[in-house]
Write a protein that binds this ligand. Sequence first.
Ligand code: CKP
Ligand code: MG
Length: 312
Amino acid sequence: MDVVTIGETMVLFTPITNGPMRYAGQFTRSFGGSESNFAIGLARLGHKVGWISRVGDDEFGRALISFVRGEGVDVSYVSVDESAQTGVFFKEIKTEQNISVYYYRSGSAASRMSPDLIDEDYIKKARYLHISGITPALSDSCYETVHKAIDIAKKHKVQVIFDPNVRRKLWSEERAREVLIELVSRSDIVLPGITEAEFMFGDKGPELLGKKILTLGAKLVVLKVGAKGAYYFTDDHHELVPSIKVQHVVDPVGAGDGFAAGFISGLLDGLTTRESVARGCATGAIVTMYRGDFEGLPTKQELLDFTSDKAV
Ligand code: CKP
Ligand code: MG
């Protein structure tokens, strides 16, 4: 595998029309999960990626595994839990600027992932291990699972990528800050959004935040600043890489995962850091143009068409 990731994916219901969800009578069914969105993004860009997870022994669990497998992601380490259900969430799009998600995931099969799911051999052969801040928020055993994977990655010099993905609905602010900072300090590459970095460190300003994260041990920090693009920071350089402007944002959920997929795909393809950040920005931008968390994730050709279109 080029990359291995760990996390929960849920069945996603979205009302077919925008507006307050209390009036919604019809929904479409899709799937969403930060780590599988990221994995699908990498697979579409031609990379080998594995997703570790747990689903219920139910219809949604079966649908989920076929779906992720169908996208070309390795699912050999997705286990089935006979006594817990696959999680579900709803996405309410009141307007395109006002989107809320509602989770029905507490006690889900994925929240019962435990360290025995982590196979040393699987992680050690990867080039990158991707961790998101959602997984340790799910339960103590998920927290331990993530740390076991990082221990193995560190032992075998597999690079650890961390996307903080702050989700305030899942835990207290104090606990979130403590665990996320601990994970930042165990990672090689950290990919926070600006508001996530502000949340974790209580400071303001990209430069201050980027440098602070470097002092915790990361070799590379990429700080996403929404439609403006992303800054990257290394020990001796930092700069803002602008994003391509999208005319009409339809649904921004999943853009961060698209960014991560595009960025890591650039690194895997041997692009420079700057070029990889630009690929991340373009991938994230394309995702916002489509309804759904993963639907807009581009292939290499679609990425090329999007970037060359904008260049002329
Ligand atoms: O940070 P992003 O908008 O890229 O993440 C979106 C995903 O895993 C979404 O698919 C959802 O299932 C989640 O984040 C979550 O648990 O909130
Ligand atoms: Mg995110």
